[in-house]
Each structure stands twice: as structure tokens, then as C-alpha cells.
Design a protein around this ligand. Structure first.
Ligand code: R1P
Length: 287
């Protein structure tokens, strides 16, 4: 039943039209701000802000650290739109609904997606505060048949069976590595594999050990469904995780993951993240 209730192309055009009628720019880059990283949108100039509840068909954000508004304007002279707050499966939305803003981005003219998230570091080399540029993902929820593209396909967005082997643009990964060098932060910027679990509980030790065995470097509860939706409608994708906590993979470890810490790490790394994203945007301008 959920599938049949999916937003139609026309419904999402209404969302896009609402925005286009109110903003004088056509954004080229869409940016999704992860938990505690909403301040990326603070860099945007000539800002026009739309609370999600005002935009036709938009769900509402319910998570602390996710304001729940779209911010349009210029970043490094490039027209952008930022999502200050995203939608997660655990909030009660099906994956296609969580990812619907990506289709709205496409319909207002966005061609590049920068998706950011807060994630637990599983790779033992990662430390809290490091950045992991996502080179690939494991769609764990997809293994169980839960996918944002489930249900009738509308070819106006993209094909029924989209490839996913080049989901994360390799040129942009190279650009990210170069930027890290220029910023003198190469030691904290890595590449790795992200996975999204449904949440909202954090993972057990056994789950984390299993994820590590299958090659996952960072784990969170977002991004994968957004990226699948973005690639389906042919957006070029760059994504990165801010490592906000180290995953607990030993039963003896006394630590426990908590969301307040996740958001705090995002805030404490605000300036590095802002500069990294600004420089990415500037480079995309040149492409
Ligand atoms: C858990 O602390 C929350 O932080 C991450 C997880 O996905 C989860 O929602 O948020 P973002 O992925 O939205 O950054």
C-alpha cells in the first residue's frame, strides 16, 4: 500500500514549482546537512529559507540537530540549496519519502549532490573528528528488500534498474583528497565504505563486528537511500561522513554511543566542515 501512495512526478513538480516561484536562482548544487552539521548552510549568502512544513508534500524533521528547512542562496558564488535537516527511516517515513527532497532538487535544476552525515567509525584507523569521503556503500536495508526505488518506476526520473557501481563520483573523490591536502588535513580525511541501518538504536557489538567483516568503515542511519535516489535521476554525487564516535566492538569497552555527543562533535568540527564543503563547491564550479 505504501508503494502505491508514493509521490507522483506531478506532486513533486508541485513542490519544485512552489520553490521556483519564490526563489530568483536555479540551484546547481544540493547539500544535505548531517546531524550537527546544519551550520554548513550558515555560509550561504542571499538566503531564502523555507521551513519544510510550508513546502507542499514535504515531511517534517523530528530529530534534534536537524532544523527542518531548505536554505537557498549562494555559496562561493554558486547557486545552491541546502537541506538543514533530513528525514530518517526511524522517524517513521518510508525510504522513498526520506529521499523525496532529492527528487525535488532534481526538479529545481540541481545537478550535483553533496550529502553529509554523522557516523560511527568502524575502521580502527578512524578517530573522532575525522572525515570519511564515501567511496561506496553497502545497502543493508536493500538486502532485506527495502529500497527507496521500490514500487512503480517513473521513467521521467530514471530507469527501472539503475546501475550503482559508480554511485560516488571518482573525480569528486580526487578533488576532495586534493582539497584535504591544500587544507593540511590529509591525515584526518579518508575514503571508505558507509552503511545505513534503520535505527534508531545504535548497533550491538555483534552487529558492528559483522559489518566490519563485510568491509564497512563507517555506519549511520541515512544517506544511502538519498544517494540511490540521486543516482537514479542522474545527479553526480559526493558524500562524506564526519566520524562522531568510535564504534564499540569490544564487550569490555565501557563507552556507549549517544546522540548528544554526535551533535556536539559536528558543532566542534564546524569550521573544518564548512571550509571543506566551500572548497568542494568552488571546485565543482570549475568542472
Ligand atoms: C544518530 O546519532 C543520528 O546521527 C546520524 C544518524 O544517521 C542518526 O540519525 O544522523 P545523520 O546521518 O542525519 O547525520
Amino acid at each position: 500500500k505504501e508503494c502505491l501512495e508514493k509521490y507522483t512526478f506531478e506532486a513533486l513538480q508541485e513542490s519544485a514549482q512552489y520553490l521556483l516561484e519564490r526563489v530568483p536562482i536555479k540551484p546547481k548544487i544540493g547539500i544535505i546537512c548531517g546531524s550537527g552539521m546544519g551550520n554548513i548552510a550558515d555560509l550561504v549568502t542571499n538566503r531564502l529559507i523555507f521551513p519544510y512544513e510550508d513546502v507542499p508534500h514535504f515531511p517534517v524533521s523530528t530529530v534534534h540537530g536537524h532544523v527542518g528547512q531548505l536554505v537557498f542562496g549562494y555559496l562561493e558564488g554558486i547557486p545552491v540549496m541546502c537541506m538543514q535537516g533530513r528525514f530518517h527511516y526511524y522517524e517513521g517515513y518510508p525510504l522513498w519519502k526520506c529521499a523525496m527532497p532529492v527528487r525535488v532538487m532534481k526538479l529545481v535544476g540541481v545537478t550535483y549532490l553533496i550529502a553529509t552525515n554523522a557516523a560511527g567509525g568502524l575502521n580502527p584507523k578512524f578517530k573522532v573528528g575525522d572525515i570519511m569521503m564515501v567511496k561506496d556503500h553497502v545497502n543493508m536495508m536493500g538486502f532485506a528488500g527495502n529500497n527507496p526505488l521500490q514500487g512503480p518506476n517513473d521513467d521521467r526520473f530514471g530507469p527501472r534498474f539503475p546501475p550503482m557501481s559508480k554511485a560516488y563520483n571518482t573525480k569528486l573523490l580526487d578533488v576532495g583528497a586534493k582539497i584535504a591536502e591544500e587544507m593540511g588535513i590529509s591525515d584526518i580525511v579518508h575514503q571508505g565504505v558507509y552503511t545505513c541501518l534503520g535505527g534508531p538504536n545504535y548497533e550491538t557489538v555483534a552487529e558492528l563486528r559483522m559489518l566490519r567483516m563485510i568491509g564497512v568503515d563507517a555506519v549511520g542511519m541515512s544517506t544511502v537511500h538519498e544517494v540511490i535516489t540521486a543516482r537514479h535521476c542522474d545527479l553526480t554525487v559526493f558524500a562524506f561522513s564526519l566520524i562522531t564516535n568510535q564504534c564499540i566492538v569490544d564487550y569490555e569497552d565501557l563507552g556507549e554511543a549517544n546522540h548528544a555527543e554526535v551533535v556536539d562533535v559536528g558543532l566542534s568540527k564546524q569550521f573544518v566542515i564548512q571550509e571543506f564543503v566551500s572548497r568542494m563547491v568552488l571546485q565543482i564550479k570549475e568542472i
